[in-house]
Ligand binder design. Structure first.
Ligand code: SF4
Length: 257
């Protein structure tokens, strides 16, 4: 199961996993791409791109979304409004509720298929260079949380030690399309406005998605809790309104998480 946000690292991890499977004689029919859709919170076109990337490799594409116990699918912004707090590194419910949980639902569904018994190799495009937390991750580890007795799950990070330069070289070689947000200067995809993003990324994201930025500012004002510690998202909107623009070259790939 290759988890894909539709971003550059996911599409490269997918290529790496396909190459490893091909050299190990594992059929493509045993590989699926799993995308956790963030709806309006993700960059427009992300869902379609993740699906297209899977299709171009001839792979099955599965998708899931956060779903509450009543079967509703609230957006991340609705969840923030209901909680009255933005996620942060200690309360990272955005990842657990919107990515990990829905992703694990796919693993459960797959294990119910006639061909789905046995261990699952759960592939992610995490790279050490992205953040100190990701650098600490092991590139191959048993995933106790996602496992059951009949369904042991192993996480594999095939491009954990890759540099961003290597990733882009691989994408260029592959000819597989990537998201236009990177051409705007974004180092990462996923949520348009991430609580861990540096200011430059939020400026680029806000400039390209002004209506979503307004919604974030509105929720921030409603709940009275700042988007990032002592850094309101409204300051991004104010800076853009003053004509400030981010220099993509000033941004490293590292996120503050
Ligand atoms: S991109 Fe950022 S805000 Fe969105 S789920 Fe991931 S960590 Fe949370």
């Amino acid at each position: 199961v290759v988890n894909s946000s539709g971003g550059k690292d996911s599409q490269t991890a997918l290529r790496a996993a396909l190459a490893a499977c091909a050299s190990s004689g594992i059929e493509k029919s045993r590989i699926v791409v799993s995308h956790q859709c963030l709806g309006e919170m993700e960059w427009p076109g992300t869902f379609e791109l993740a699906r297209k990337q899977a299709e171009l490799h001839g792979l099955e594409f599965l998708t899931s979304k956060r779903r509450d116990k009543d079967g509703n699918e609230p957006s991340l912004l609705e969840a923030v409004r209901a909680r009255g707090k933005w996620p942060d590194s200690k309360n990272r419910y955005c990842t657990s509720d919107y990515k990990r949980g829905p992703g694990n639902r796919i693993l459960v569904e797959l294990s119910k298929r006639p061909s789905g018994h046995g261990p699952i190799l759960n592939v992610f495009g995490f790279r050490a260079e992205e953040s100190p937390a990701r650098a600490k991750k092991s590139s191959f580890a048993f995933n106790e949380r996602a496992s059951s007795k009949s369904r042991p799950v192993w996480d594999w990070l095939p491009i954990h030690d890759w540099t961003e330069k290597q990733v882009w070289a691989d994408i260029k070689e592959s000819g597989i399309p990537y998201h236009r947000a990177y051409d705007l200067g974004m180092p990462r995809l996923s949520c348009v406005m991430c609580v861990f993003a540096p200011k430059a990324a939020l400026m680029i994201a806000g400039l390209a998605n002004p209506r979503l930025l307004d919604q974030y500012c509105q929720v921030e004002a409603e709940i009275g809790h700042t988007f990032q510690n002592k850094k309101p998202i409204s300051e991004i909107r104010d800076a853009l309104a003053r004509g400030e623009r981010a220099d993509p070259k000033s941004m490293t790939g590292a996120w503050n998480m």
